[in-house]
Ligand binder design. Structure first.
Ligand SMILES: NC(=O)c1ccc[n+]([C@@H]2O[C@H](COP(=O)([O-])OP(=O)(O)OC[C@H]3O[C@@H](n4cnc5c(N)ncnc54)[C@H](OP(=O)(O)O)[C@@H]3O)[C@@H](O)[C@H]2O)c1
Length: 227
């Protein structure tokens, strides 16, 4: 049984990842900002397969408390929590508060959460870190709308490449994954993939994540995404 820790499990892709992990017989430590508002299946699943804990990835104190609350090895950390706030996000008109908040949740948090859970990952015989990024951060995918979000995903890709370098001596593999365009609150109803389809693809990429593939940027369908 593989133990996953997923951030942002309250809805969207994070919730679908947890559902798929449980359905295939693995274990998930589902983390959410408000654990009292966990989806029904997380509250009713067998304790052998699901643990629910509070984690606001934008808070250093919350990250520390969550790491202290987990007393077991973690095989796979999935940095899924992310935001794309509505507001001024243009090159010529950028809301500095919105920009800083987007960088905090989408870029800094995946690094800080990974560092906090390194002791748990080190106890795994095959530790992996997967960060849900976006094609919106790729330089081959031009566009200037939602620029804070685009910048944050470009930055987190670089952050994961650096993390992969630093964790290579320990045999911990790291990848950034574009989950597709997904029908969630963020992706909207017109998106092409269901959360379940995206989650299944992302988990297949994670299953196949070896040290040889560490440091890469992949699509949910397993293909390599150009930077
Ligand atoms: N949907 C798409 O088409 C798409 C495409 C490319 C990449 N992505 C990426 O996929 C990931 C998941 O997106 P989604 O579509 O599932 O978005 P979503 O439906 O908006 O869900 C976002 C999740 O992140 C959580 N979150 C936000 N801020 C948080 C914080 N400070 N601490 C902990 N959790 C926090 C939310 O929790 P609350 O319920 O507490 O707000 C929610 O669970 C994101 O990283 C996103 O950038 C999505």
């Amino acid at each position: 049984m593989t133990t996953f820790l997923v951030t942002g499990a309250s809805r969207g892709i994070g919730m679908a990842l947890c559902e798929t992990i449980v359905a295939r017989g693995d274990r998930v430590i589902a983390t959410l900002r408000d654990p009292f508002r966990a989806p029904e299946f997380l509250r009713t699943a067998p304790a052998a397969q699901v643990a629910v804990i509070g984690l606001d990835v934008a808070s250093g104190e919350s990250i520390r408390r969550a790491a202290a609350a987990v007393g077991e090895p973690v095989d796979v950390l999935v940095n899924n929590a992310g935001i794309s706030p509505k507001g001024r996000q243009n090159a010529l008109d950028m809301d500095p508060v919105l920009f800083t908040e987007t960088m905090s949740v989408n870029v800094l948090a995946p690094l800080q959460v990974t560092v906090a859970f390194l002791p748990h990952l080190r106890r795994s015989s095959r530790a992996r870190v997967a960060t849900i990024s976006s094609q919106m951060g790729a330089s081959v995918y031009p566009g200037s709308d939602r620029l804070a979000y685009r910048i944050s995903k470009a930055a987190v890709n670089k952050a994961m490449q650096g993390l992969a370098n630093d964790l290579a001596p320990e045999g911990i593999a790291v990848a950034a994954i574009h989950p597709g365009w997904v029908r969630t609150d963020m992706g909207g109803p017109a998106a092409s993939l269901s959360p379940a389809e995206s989650a299944a693809g992302c988990l297949a990429v994670i299953d196949g994540l070896t040290m040889e593939r560490s440091g890469g940027f992949y699509r949910w369908d397993g293909s390599v995404h150009p930077w």
